[in-house]
Design a protein around this ligand. Sequence first.
Ligand code: BJW
Length: 275
Amino acid sequence: MSKDLASFHEALLQSKRVLAVCGAGLSASSGIPTFRGAGGMWRKHNALELATPEAFRKDPGLVWQFYSLRRHNALKAAPNAAHYALAEFARQRPFPEFLTLTQNVDGLSEGAGHKGKSVEFLHGSLFRVRCARSWCRYERFDISDPITPALAVPEGEEDGAWRDVPIEGLPKCPECRTGLLRPAVVWFGEELDSQMLKRIQQHIARDPVDLCIVIGTSGTVYPAAGYASQVKAQGGKVAIVDIDCSVRGDDADWLFEGDAARVLYLSTFPLSDTC
Ligand code: BJW
């Protein structure tokens, strides 16, 4: 395992196919809390309580408040140098040479201009909403803040002060008129989009990926957590960029400990001139 930026950069330039797998640490320096690290929002509010279909069925008001707060904070946040570096690299090395798989739902990659075939959003988006009824196909892009008056985040309460929101105050499906809308994100136990998973598997299987860069993810949630091992098993190299590498990197070829924005901007993509 190496910490040598020069050899990593050389490998990046030489690689015909590069895969980036991103997690919450990518957006940390934009002020978006991670899930499991220090200050992670789910320390105060249990993940299993809030990010499951069961939680939504039990208390949609609580779950909607959690997501309203995150929509509000994400709309105020700006992409950081890491988002721009990945977007710039995608422009220099278009798909299929470079593919990013992000678990983030905050819209910051899109805000940096990272869109199209070069990026797959594994866990959906905070800014898409869909009908919670499985038989109703209604879905839309929605950046309204608040999404309903009852879900407004009171000024000074951006850290989250929970209150009762009656079901009448939650967004309703305008199509079937019987269901509530829900964030179009992937909760624990829910299937990721099958077409997207197929595209990713075909991409990895068609021509082996030479280099996988794992950025700011604890690597605890599947299927995202499995892609680096898959690349490794096919003979590719793996680099990890994370602020805390203390429990990581057993099979990584490079390990860079630091803020993703700083590491990616300063060292990984020195050719980027947009950030
Ligand atoms: C920095 C930094 C800085 C901080 N710079 N770094 C195979 C084996 C075992 C279990 C399963 C399996 N396959 C599927 C499962 C079940 C389950 C799962 O993985 N469970 C695990 C807990 C074991 N997976 C699923 O249910 C998935 N569905 C699925 O596979 O369907 C089929 C199926 C179902 C059931 C069984 C089998 C098959 C769906 C997973 C959906 C995850 N959803 C969430 C919520 C999304 C919506 C939302 O945002 O609200 O996704 S959970 C949460 O975790 C969120 C994240 O995207 C995801 C990953 O978290 P991430 O990004 O890694 O964040 P952190 O906080 O964990 O880590 C941050 C990292 O950044 C840390 O390392 C920090 O050090 C670092 N860092 N600051 C650089 N400045």
